[in-house]
Design a protein around this ligand. Sequence first.
Ligand code: MLT
Length: 302
Amino acid sequence: MYKYFCLNPISPVGLEKFSDDYVPAGEMAGADAVLVRSAGMHELEFDKDLKAIARAGAGVNNIPLDKCAEQGIVVFNTPGANANGVKELVIAGMLLASRDILGGINWVQENEEDGNIAKDAEKAKKAFAGCEIQGKKLGVIGLGAIGVLVANAATHLGMEVYGYDPYVSVDSAWRLSRSIHHTKNVDEIYKECDYITIHVPALEDTKGMINKNAISLMKEGVVILNFARDVLVNSEDIVDALVGGKVGRYVTDFPTPEIAGVKHAIVIPHLGASTAESEDNCAKMAVEELKDFLENGNIRNS
Ligand code: MLT
């Protein structure tokens, strides 16, 4: 028998994949395996029974990897399992930044009781006018599972797409639409693009990569989208650039205190992977990985 513990609620569609040999544990102590979504694990103690942690998601920055390595605990993630959910929210983020959908919705809510909507409709059309994304240049930094989906979807919306990833060669980026301009120089993206979206992991050399130096190369009014990790963007520099107008909009899925409430920031409470489909896919992949490891010793996505 194996005991597993869910540190966060995990989709039942995934948990159903456990056979009768697996029993849920009421606490982490004594469990063979832990399933986790976004809960921070850095402060937790792991006892000797714990063999594996499966993160139902891509990023593993909530897990103390060094401590796990020291204690021989294998850590899995589920790359790609929620990529479509994130891709769809990135596209929505570009549209939110380009059309004042939120301003218009708020205006209707504020005015509906007074019956002013029909009377002021023409004023609203002017006040909430936006621009189209078709024909604009999008730079995608990071061509992993999510970046590739975003890049391909944007070409279908008529955008001119630039892709950059130091670890993906032009030849191996076969999943990219042929019409994407694959650049080896990230500065080209900073200089050329109207929209820039980041899809890289939070590593020592990517932390703070969007800082005042990078921003200084960008176009006036550029839209930056961050659905990857908050630490990739230097918060002080992005706030300055939003206040000064160099960055037109910053769309982020990370509601940190530094950015919440800043004018022209569109702040979403980490909802990229919050779809039924993504949650089911992540849970299924995480459970399959745990079972394959505990029963067969196989290690995938570690
Ligand atoms: C991820 O890293 O894939 C996301 O943080 C997933 C999530 O929202 O749990």
